[in-house]
Design a protein around this ligand. Structure first.
Ligand SMILES: [Zn+2]
Length: 222
């Protein structure tokens, strides 16, 4: 709780400093406030707070925790010719904490395909939920057979293509992107857990270690 409050405080402080700097710069040069209307100022505030969030409110955890990308058994969980930007990365003040410390929120359009990042056996599947709210959303869990499992969350209703017990291969189309559960925009929440339910730091063979604010195209070279 203290860490979350501290992060919110620093985010507000950074926004205030940034906008004060712009205001002082305008005054000193005799220029008008550059962001015009209240609506534009609101947008600037939004971008400034997101920038501050990316800089201070989220990020990888200790980079030494991560296995190297070259040996990774994980591939990006969306088609290789499509780009995805990361809305929220690891260690985020918003919701990536505790057992979701090493989760990513990959922005993707509604109903675009979710691919298995790694092969394994489906051990949980729920796609009957609908709507946004603070409840467990639609998801699929794939057990990799070595104690680790991957969680794919916020699936669109009725789009799961696999059943519990089924074997999937890396790259299989398992469901479609939706916004069911704890989400305000269409995205895939992806996290890998160990056998005890702790979140595991991983990298992807094709996109390395994605960070908040970055956009990734799996078919491009690392
Ligand atoms: Zn998330």
């Amino acid at each position: 709780m203290f860490v979350a409050l501290a992060a919110v405080f620093f985010t507000m402080l950074t926004m205030t400093l940034l906008l004060t700097a712009v205001a002082v710069w305008c005054l000193s040069l005799g220029k008008p406030w550059p962001f015009g209307s209240m609506a534009n100022s609101g947008l600037v505030l939004l971008y400034a707070s997101y920038l501050a969030f990316v800089m201070f409110g989220t990020g990888p955890t200790d980079v030494h925790d991560y296995p190297v990308a070259d040996n990774s058994q994980y591939a990006a969980p969306w088609p290789t010719d499509a780009r995805s930007c990361v809305a929220q990365g690891h260690r985020s003040v918003v919701s990536h904490r505790g057992t979701h410390l090493h989760a990513w929120d990959f922005l993707r359009p509604m109903h675009s395909p979710i691919l298995a990042a790694r092969g394994g056996r489906v051990v949980a599947q729920l796609d009957s939920g609908h709507g946004v709210g603070w409840f467990e959303g639609n998801h699929i869990t794939v057990d990799h057979g070595d104690g680790s499992s991957a969680l794919y969350a916020h699936l669109a209703q009725g789009t799961a293509r696999v059943q519990i017990g089924e074997q999937v291969l890396q790259g299989d189309h398992i469901a479609d992107v939706g916004m069911v559960g704890k989400t305000l925009f269409p995205h895939l929440h992806f996290v890998v857990h160990d056998a005890d339910g702790a979140s595991l730091p991983i990298q992807f063979s094709d996109i390395g270690l994605p960070v908040a604010g970055g956009c990734y195209l799996p078919s491009s070279e690392l």
